[in-house]
Each structure stands twice: as C-alpha cells, then as structure tokens.
Ligand binder design. Structure first.
Ligand code: 6PG
Length: 506
C-alpha cells in the first residue's frame, strides 16, 4: 500500500528517539503511519531512516506538517500514538488534537512514562472528545525498535482495537522456555512466541505497573552497584575482573539484561585516557522521577518498599559530590578493610547476597502493586505482569519466570517470600547474605540496598517486633492507645500521670 495514495493505518505524534523507533517497529509489522512532530527535522529523520531500511518497498512513513493534516491522513476511526515527554506536553497534544477535530471514537495512545494519576485523570477528562488509552513502554531505544515490553491500560474496547497492533510490536518469549526470542534486524520482526503485552486494567493501572517496574529497576541497578563497590574498593578488584565475575553470574539465576550490560560497561576502556571507562564516569546519578514516585506511593499506601526507596536515596546521596569530597577528609571510617573471606569465598557470598536482596526487591514491588490494586479497585494479574517483564524491558531476567510461576500457583500470594520456591532459596543462601552485610559494615562501604533488603526480610519473618514498645511510647506521650496481645477487645490507654497508672479501655 502506498502511503502517498491512501490513508495511513495509524497516526504518530512525537518523533524523538522513542517515538521514531516505535514508529519503525510499527512499520516493520505492516502498519503505515502518518507522523507529526513540532520539529520537522525529526519527521524528516524518521522518513529518511524508513527509506534507508526499506529502500525497495513503498514508503511506510508519511510526514505531516500539522495536527489537522495528521488527522486527515489517518484512517478512521483513528488510532494515534503519542510519544512526548510526560506531563504538560501530553495534554498539549490532546488539546491540539481536539482543536484539529479528532472524533469521539478515535483513540489516543500515550506511550510515555506518565504519572499514573495523570493517566487516570486523562481517561476521564477526554472521554467524549476521544478515547484516551495508554501503553507504558519499557526497553529503551533498542526495545522500542525491535520489541519492547508493553503495559497497556484504559478503555477495554480500545484494547480490543489495539491488541493486534501492540502484540505485533512487543517483545516475544519462547513459549516452551520462557526465554526472550532475540532478533534485532530492521524489516524482520519476531512473529512467533508469546507477546510481552497484556491488558493491565483501567484507571492508569498500566502506568502504575510501569512505575513499579522502574522502582524495581532502580533497586536492581543499585544492588549491582553495591556489589561492584565492594569488589572494587574492599577487594581491590579491577573493573575487568568484576566484569568477568558478572559474565559468569549471567549464566545462573542472576542472568539478566542489567547484569549483562553492567559487565559491558565495566569492560569498556576510555579511548582518551586508556583508563577503564567506569573510573572516569563522574559518580553522580541522574533520575527522571519514576523511582521516586514508586517510593512515594509505597509510603502513601503504607506498603514498605525499603530496598526501592533506598535505591532512590542512594542516587540522591551520590549527587552530593562536593559535600562528600569534603566529608571524606573529615569523617573517619573503620581502620581495616573489613573483608574476612578469601576472594573466591567473597565472590560467592556476593552472588548469594545479590540474589537474596533481589528477591526482596521484587517481593516489595509486587506487594506494592497488590496493595495499590486493592486500594484502587484494579484486578491485576501478577503472573501476567511477571510474564510481560520476561523480555523487552530493562529488568528482563530469567528470574521473572519463577515469579510468574509463583503467582500462577497462588494468585493471592501475600509476598514472594511466602512462595515455597523463594522461601527455600532465601533460606538456603541467607548466611552468605548476612556475611556480606556484616563485612560491608566493617569495611565502611555503604550497601544500603543490600542491607535494607536483609532488614526487610528479618522484619517480615519476625513474630514479635519492637512495635510493642513503640505503642507504649505513643500512649505515654500522646494517649494514642494500644491493643493487648491476650485479648482482642479494642483499644487501651494507661493513665501514665495518675497514681497507680490505671489502664482503661477506650
Ligand atoms: C525503561 C526505562 C525507561 C528509562 C527510565 C530511566 O523501562 O525502558 O525504565 O523508562 O530509561 O525512565 O529512568 P531514570 O532516568 O530515572 O534512571
């Protein structure tokens, strides 16, 4: 089909890095597109890439110079993808589309990293003007081009129209093995296998799930960084030696995209200085906000996600470079390096610590989604979410399959830690985890994510926590009352200032 002579199957607004790659992915899967960007250079770039990748075929991407032209060149009822920065730009595009005459049964699909409450509000606010739908996308530039993980949510009718489109462009896993089917050639998309795209729910739930994905991503990355830090500074290993260890780990239960790319980064040499690249990268972490949103949500809902939150804190602490530089001269650390194990033993201990802490981080993320689902009335399928994350996304890992299996066995599992498989795994490897935390503390190397995960695990498995004393303190200074362990008949208060301190039932 020639796009010049007939209407495009889909409209696409925003030809930035993610938009252009998603558009080319859609084109590879047989969809012609009418595209628009405020920057016409980006539209020309997308058209040029389409021509370069598809020199003999008909052009699959048609450039438009306005919202009106885009609507005029897209087949009705329209599906219009939007890839613009989260926040006001999304509403700007929506209002421009309304001004340009979009119809009530047209669908606008936000593919950005929007805050889930914005998405929920947009689903309501734009009803009547058009159907606002969203599909969160994970996998960066490569994923967008050759198969991302997709977390679609919104109007169920819109999903029936979008399903074939989204399933075609999504990453695929081999149904028999659960492993990603890798193919990264333009014009030759993966057609077989299970697509990493499943309907999440309505009211912004897809963006909530993507937010938690990113929170887990923060934790996963920070855990790897802490292990690297211990190897580099407490064990004096070179980046290349650490890369070799990560490569070795990548053939076991820690096999994941993040371990794989960490090894690649550590092996890279700076061409200018000849030094390991990692040694010349400034240790100040950036963040765009999704990890922070996850941490805030966990605090608001009251579902602890300390490893995720710790990863956000670690990024914030890293940015205090000038202060840290000064403090490093003033504040003493421990005398020795704290490491008592041999290098081989320590590497094994670090492996097990990373594995156990990772289980806790995922347990926190999934529990957060469970509690949010209860609070917001979403019917989330956790096995399906774990399956979506098996390929295409940043946290893709073999580890997602046992998580999917755990929720398949018990969809109401309170925590991954309560699943027999994960309970057994943590039980088996916990002593090495404890040993790593102890040695990190003695070495004075910060390992907040690894140790917060251990504290979380120990709190979760402890029958009596010191919250009894805490409740006593609250009752003492604020008459905040407490419950008794020996009977469940309501709240009590001790009149602390009265003689004999009588206890009254409130
Ligand atoms: C993904 C990534 C993607 C992006 C992060 C980076 O799933 O593809 O998570 O969404 O790379 O938002 O986030 P920070 O800049 O906050 O690290």
């Amino acid at each position: 089909m020639s796009v010049e002579k007939s209407l495009a199957h889909l409209g696409f607004i925003g030809m930035g890095v993610m938009g252009k790659n998603l558009a080319l992915n859609l084109a590879d899967n047989g969809y012609n597109l009418a595209v628009f960007d405020l920057d016409s250079g980006k539209v020309n770039d997308a058209i040029a890439q389409d021509r370069a990748e598809n020199p003999k075929g008909e052009p699959r991407i048609q450039g438009c110079s306005s919202y009106t032209e885009l609507l005029a060149h897209t087949v009705s009822p329209r599906i219009i993808f939007v890839s613009v920065p989260a926040g006001d730009p999304v509403d700007h595009v929506c209002h421009k589309l309304i001004d340009a005459g979009i119809s009530a049964d047209d669908i606008v699909v936000d593919t950005g990293n929007s805050l889930w409450t914005d998405t929920r509000d947009r689903e309501k606010n734009y009803a009547g003007s058009f159907i606002f739908f969203s599909t969160a996308v994970s996998g960066g530039e490569e994923g967008a081009r050759f198969g991302p993980a997709l977390m679609p949510s919104g109007d169920p009718y819109a999903w029936t129209r979008l399903r074939p489109v989204l399933e075609s462009i999504a990453a695929k896993v081999d149904t028999a093995t659960g492993l990603p089917i890798e193919r990264r050639e333009p014009g030759n998309p993966v057609k077989e296998g299970e697509p990493c795209a499943a309907y999440i729910g309505d009211s912004g739930s897809g963006h909530y799930v993507k937010m938690v994905h990113n929170g887990i991503e923060y934790a996963d990355m920070q855990l790897i960084c802490e292990v690297y830090h211990l190897m580099r500074h407490a064990m004096s290993m070179t980046p290349a030696e650490i890369a070799a260890v990560f490569r070795d780990w990548n053939s076991g239960p820690l096999h994941s995209y993040l371990i794989e790319i960490s090894a690649e980064v550590l092996d890279e040499v700076d061409q200018e200085t000849g030094l390991p690249l990692v040694d010349i990268i400034l240790d100040k972490a950036g963040q765009k906000g999704t990890g922070l949103w996850t941490a805030v949500s966990s605090l608001q809902i009251g579902t602890p996600a300390p490893t995720i939150t710790n990863a956000v804190f670690a990024r914030a602490l890293s940015t205090l470079k000038d202060v840290r530089l000064e403090a490093s001269k003033l504040l003493p650390g421990p005398a020795g390096n704290g490491i008592t194990a041999s290098r081989a033993e320590m590497v094994e201990q670090l492996h097990d610590a990373l594995y156990c802490a990772k289980i806790c981080a995922y347990a926190q993320g999934f529990q957060l989604m469970q509690m949010a689902a209860k609070e917001h009335g979403w019917n989330l399928n956790f096995s399906s979410i774990a399956k979506i994350w098996r390929a295409g996304c940043i946290i893709r890992a073999v580890f997602l399959q046992p998580i999917a299996d755990a929720f398949e066995r018990n969809p109401n599992l309170h925590s991954l830690l309560m699943d027999p498989f994960f309970a057994e795994q943590v039980g088996q490897y916990q002593s090495n985890w404890r040993s790593v935390v102890a040695q990190a503390v003695l070495a004075g190397i910060p390992a907040g994510a690894i140790s917060s995960a251990l504290a979380y695990y120990d709190s979760y498995r402890t029958e009596v926590l010191p919250a009894n004393l805490l409740q006593g303190q609250r009752d003492f200074f604020g008459a905040h009352t407490f419950e008794r362990v020996d009977r469940q008949d309501g709240k009590y208060h001790v009149k602390w200032s009265e003689p004999g301190r009588p206890m009254v039932k409130v």
